[in-house]
Design a protein around this ligand. Structure first.
Ligand code: SF4
Ligand code: SF4
Length: 429
């Protein structure tokens, strides 16, 4: 990906990261200062599930180190460990408290190397990768049916420079989110269009190391927006959002404004264009999607140099900006919830950049459904511990997995996307 010099740069970052790891295991935990109870102190779903060091961010760095120095070779056993990870980025956020490494980058690099060697991705991920290339969505649905969910009351403005990019999961599986989002936009008087030509953002293939399948999707979507003169893109899927915000921006420049729907809704409320007047007497807890929170932080360009004053000691001059999860989207969804009359927000212990993953990401829902479900059950347990009766979030993928956990646990909790809660609070027009 990118130029030869980009490749060298990434290779040298990879080498530095694997040598600088202190093997301290801090990446298994919420930073100490943030821990509120032993029960909810973990940040790594892979460690909670498989309970063996190699599955942690630092453990995967040790694998990468052994591979780099030729002590091991890429194998199916290594792939099994590297792909049993939701790519939630919790390890990267935790590591900043001691060593400031980027274990998530190393995990992604390992996945790409496994794919390039023909050992990865795992079988289900490979199948949906091939389907995505053929059908432009990972669900094996016909592209011609992508907009079938749009009800009559949604007002689209052909040629509008604001576009709602719906994404595959809301187009085919979680249509209630697409409908609620488009309805709120319509009722708030936003002039927007939905492009029937939109294709998968590429997140499912990117996160499983299938870069050769990711790049054409990215190029297609960015070229499409350019051709249509799009100035603003709204997304209701956290996965699509972080893919555009972080990965697209890392690989290719684009000049449209990108907003998650919760960011736009918070703006509309503050501008008085979205009026929430109806009482919604619910006690709600909010799950921060990893890809709306810590993983949506953009990459910052760095043009310094790395010096090596002694073996294994590296210094970046000036210090290199590292994605630490601090600048994710945390306040807009909360601002929306605080503005819904009658609604009480009851926070979980692990929130914002220290949130605990729902378990669906990184290709795990397709490949390791038991791991994904167990992780969602752990998150659900934390949600229930708040005393809230409603679990809200802002991502169709989180919704699917958390709803599966609610059903599998016979929980009484209800799940709503934030867009659905907004609709409940709006007067009929
Ligand atoms: S990745 Fe960071 S937190 Fe994890 S073991 Fe290495 S230095 Fe410690
Ligand atoms: S990305 Fe998440 S699941 Fe994977 S090693 Fe890091 S904390 Fe664990």
């Amino acid at each position: 990906m990118g130029t030869e010099s980009d490749k060298k740069h990434y290779e040298s970052e990879y080498e530095q990261s694997i040598q600088k790891c202190l093997r301290c295991s801090i990446c298994k935990w919420i930073p100490q200062i943030q821990i509120k109870s032993q029960k909810y102190a973990s940040i790594c779903p892979a460690i909670d599930e498989f309970n063996f060091h190699s599955y942690s961010g630092g453990g995967k760095i040790i694998l990468a180190c052994s591979l780099y120095f030729g002590r091991m070779e890429l194998s199916q056993d290594i792939a099994d460990i590297v792909f049993k990870c939701t790519e939630c980025g919790g390890c990267a956020t935790a590591c900043k408290y001691l060593n400031n490494l980027e274990p998530l980058e190393v995990i992604q690099e390992l996945r790409e190397k496994l794919c390039q060697a023909g050992i990865g991705p795992m079988d289900k991920q490979k199948i949906y990768g091939e389907i995505t290339v053929e059908k432009f969505n990972p669900y094996n649905e016909e592209h011609s049916k992508r907009l079938d969910w749009i009800p009559d009351d949604i007002k689209l403005t052909k040629g509008a420079t604001t576009v709602y990019y719906v994404g595959c999961t809301s187009s085919y599986r979680r249509q209630e989110i697409a409908i609620a989002t488009a309805r709120v936009l319509t009722k708030a008087g936003v002039e927007f269009d939905i492009l029937e030509e939109e294709r998968c953002c590429g997140s499912p293939v990117y996160r499983t190391g299938q870069i050769d399948k990711f790049e054409p999707l990215m190029d297609y979507n960015l070229d499409l927006f350019k051709k249509k003169g799009v100035k603003k893109v709204i997304m209701s899927c956290a996965g699509c959002y972080s893919t555009f915000k972080a990965e697209y921006a890392r690989h290719r420049k684009y000049d449209f404004e990108l907003l998650h729907s919760t960011e736009l809704f918070a703006q509309l409320i503050s501008d008085g264009k979205l009026k929430l007047t109806k009482n919604v007497p619910m006690e709600v807890t909010y799950h921060d999607p990893c890809h709306l929170g810590r993983c949506s932080e953009p990459y910052e360009e760095w043009h310094g140099k790395t010096v090596q004053p002694m073996p294994t000691v590296y210094m970046d001059i000036p210090p290199k900006p590292i994605r630490r999860g601090t600048n994710g989207v945390y306040e807009p969804p909360r601002e929306v919830l605080h503005n819904i009359p009658g609604l009480t927000l009851k926070e979980m212990e692990r929130i914002k950049e220290y949130s605990y993953c729902c378990g669906a990401g990184g290709g795990c829902k397709a490949q390791f459904p038991e791991f994904a479900l167990n992780t969602a059950k752990r998150r659900l347990d934390e949600a229930e511990s708040t005393g809230a009766t409603v679990l809200a979030s802002a991502c169709p993928f989180c919704e699917t997995n958390l709803k599966d956990a609610i059903e599998a646990s016979n929980s009484k909790m209800k799940f709503y996307d934030i867009s659905e809660l907004i609709l409940m609070a709006m007067e009929e027009k």
